[in-house]
Design a protein around this ligand. Sequence first.
Ligand SMILES: *[C@@H]1O[C@H](CO)[C@@H](O)[C@H](O)[C@H]1NC(C)=O
Ligand SMILES: *[C@@H]1O[C@H](CO)[C@@H](O)[C@H](O)[C@H]1NC(C)=O
Ligand SMILES: *[C@@H]1O[C@H](CO)[C@@H](O)[C@H](O)[C@H]1NC(C)=O
Ligand SMILES: *[C@@H]1O[C@H](CO)[C@@H](O)[C@H](O)[C@H]1NC(C)=O
Ligand SMILES: *[C@@H]1O[C@H](CO)[C@@H](O)[C@H](O)[C@H]1NC(C)=O
Length: 795
Amino acid sequence: MPLVLKETTIVMGNRKPFAVVLLCCLLAAVAAMPAEHAEPVQDGAISTYLVHVAYSHAPRTTRNTARLTRAYTSFLRDTLPGGINAPAPSILYSYAHAMTGFAARLTARQAAHLEAQPSVLAVTPERVYKLHTTMSSSFLGLTPFSPLVTESNGGSEAVIGVIDSGIYPKGRESFAANRWMGPPPQSFLGECVSAPDFNATEYCNNKLVGAKFFLKGQSYYMNRSRTDTPLDLDGHGTHCASIAAGAPVPNANYFGFARGTAKGAASGARIASYSVCGGVGFGCTQSDVTAGINEAIGDGVDVLSISLGFDEDQLYKDPVMIGAFRAVLEGIFVSTPAGNDGPDYAPVESLAPWVCTVGASTMNREFRVPVVLGNGKTYTGYSLYSGSDPYGTFKPLVYGVDAGSAICEPGKLDPSKVKGKIVYCVVGALDAGWAVKQAGGAGAIIGSPESYGDFARADTHFFPAVSVTRADGQEIRNYSQTPNAVARFAYFGITSKGFLSPPSPRVASFSSRGPNRLVPEILKPDIIAPGVDIIAAWTGEASPSGLAMDTRRVKFNINSGTSMATPHVSGIAAMLKVARPDWSPAEIKSALMTTAYNLDNSGGAIKDMATGKEAGPFQLGAGHVDPNRALDPGLVYDANEYDYISFVCALGYTPQQIAILTGGSPVQDICSRHGELAVGDHNYPAFSVVFKSYDEKITQSRAVRNVGSNGDAVYTFSYRALPVGWSAIVNPSKLVFDEDNDTLEYEVTFSLLPTVRNSSETEAHSALVWTDGKHKVVSPIVLTWPAPTPTVAVV
Ligand SMILES: *[C@@H]1O[C@H](CO)[C@@H](O)[C@H](O)[C@H]1NC(C)=O
Ligand SMILES: *[C@@H]1O[C@H](CO)[C@@H](O)[C@H](O)[C@H]1NC(C)=O
Ligand SMILES: *[C@@H]1O[C@H](CO)[C@@H](O)[C@H](O)[C@H]1NC(C)=O
Ligand SMILES: *[C@@H]1O[C@H](CO)[C@@H](O)[C@H](O)[C@H]1NC(C)=O
Ligand SMILES: *[C@@H]1O[C@H](CO)[C@@H](O)[C@H](O)[C@H]1NC(C)=O
């Protein structure tokens, strides 16, 4: 079922306008495509299923996929009885790394029969994912001389696997190898494959070391306009890959905007691209995504950067979380996006403790356009329009409602009311500007959703159009309804930087927030990283706006989303992995989280753009990533397979469900062997404490490893902000390490004070800080408790 198409209906007050905007590339292509192509192929009642097989019944071959597939084909032949074996099922992929089993085209009856087999753990119909510079690297403190870059040689011994829409290396210097770059590490087994439009010999090098495609699952939903290829027909994959590890490209810019040297977070690291998403108005199927992750694990990548998300209701149903579980046990760090559904309550995605879930924040740069009204008032518009038409003369201003469409939908504006005018649209996607242009308008001012607060997105318009904040939009709307209203754009194409910008970083309004709806005790998102107005490489196969009617092609594009925040963390993790080869993925994540910062460049707490108020752990996780400090965190919180199994046991998962994640066979007493830990005892570098009653006392245990240079370090604890309405007892209150034992345990007992009963608040936050005088190991604390039961008034 092409779920992504549901997202294309933009209605006023839509809860997810930003998700829609980010899917621009997909939307446009959908619009341009004959409608029937968007429908799944009605192939009888056959659809794609993921079949999870118990390890003890799985073929014992891992790298030889042809043999695996033959084995699963005969398994199907032997298992399906005469009555239901037609039409003969076909296997799309067989998997040994990202999950154990295969993806096949089956009828519902065949699927049900398979699921009843003892050798089969689960059979799930596949779903479709949504896809969710360069100044970001200097903003992050990643100069050629910064400690993390020098200690890791820019991450040159690491390969980052990018699971996305492919890569566009033609004429893109971001993916060029410099002549000092040797071959990739020997542990990497991947390669580039050729296609008619992708010459692996020509495009691949010591920078782009892998390029493969997995698009069979997608072919059942629609025809790609091109033969299968690693080439990026969308732009998203190219953008994300160059954010993670693009080589430095001087004088990069987007129509003059954001001019400077564009480079990835780990500009020395290698890129292996796995194309699993289409560029034809479609997201990514679960079978293709699993195939990409499967291949990347088999190839031996060091980091997996997966900028796509899916909101399954259980970890064992989510192929990215399953694949990530396996990857992490192979020592691969996995970063995933929080999602772009903010600022609503608790829509955050990527909820497992074994992935690093990244939210999006701003940098100290904005693309502003002064909007002047006839009444003399000036507002700040945001836009990446760079047309050369000399603007600046007043034009009549008309409200979209009075011209046929409040949100300026294409085809709905009355040209006789719009011609030569600037139109105010209440909210709108990229194509609102297009709609105004089509109707003969001179420009568009587009309001933002109410939930966005102070945020208005600078979009890659190809028509004079700007976004304004909700509050400004309302004033402009009111003015547009006065007689003879006029407006003008003072000038396009300015970049305000540094002191001229508001404090940064701020949490982007669209960045999805906690709490974690599956496991509230695991704080999500984990961290924030730059995800607003990021310049990075773009495909030559699609326009920067993603609109099909936009014929422009660019080498660099500016884009926003948690998809863009995620590869920043992937690049940083790749460098950490090189600089600290003995750290596990959990320890790398711990180092990133406990050293993250919480103050903006004005010295105040990092703000949430949606509310203008201080952001808490549900908005920013542990804080903003601080790459160089992550190199020397002092203490780290580790987690291994045993801990993750204990964790899923504490969630109440059955042995079958656990086996889906681990790739083992169901072990009936697995959880009693793992002791009776509570979910909150998972060794996470953050505390999310969920009170069910006011009187509860909640104890959570943790273990920390000393990775500082002083083996005899002594750590004492404090809180970042004084507890108000709650208390916590830390035991022991001092951690005395010695050379023989670098790992120590402690526990914290949280309780609420009676005052919270009468408070209107149901949440408090602070942070637990361990310090030895040199390091500060900071773990966010967030406590939630039930709202007071309203007293029943007697009338
Ligand atoms: C691919 O590129 C290489 C190197 O530029 C060239 O020698 C080869 O002929 C090309 N192959 C095809 C099929 O175009
Ligand atoms: C895909 O293309 C093939 C051959 O052109 C055609 O038979 C098939 O119906 C197409 N499928 C869809 C979903 O458009
Ligand atoms: C806009 O006009 C409406 C109706 O007159 C009024 O209620 C509202 O306060 C005005 N809003 C602004 C921002 O001026
Ligand atoms: C190190 O200390 C921890 C916690 O106090 C303890 O559980 C562990 O057994 C100790 N390990 C060694 C090798 O002494
Ligand atoms: C809460 O409010 C009730 C009623 O106003 C009062 O009787 C009680 O003492 C208050 N409790 C606390 C802990 O302040």
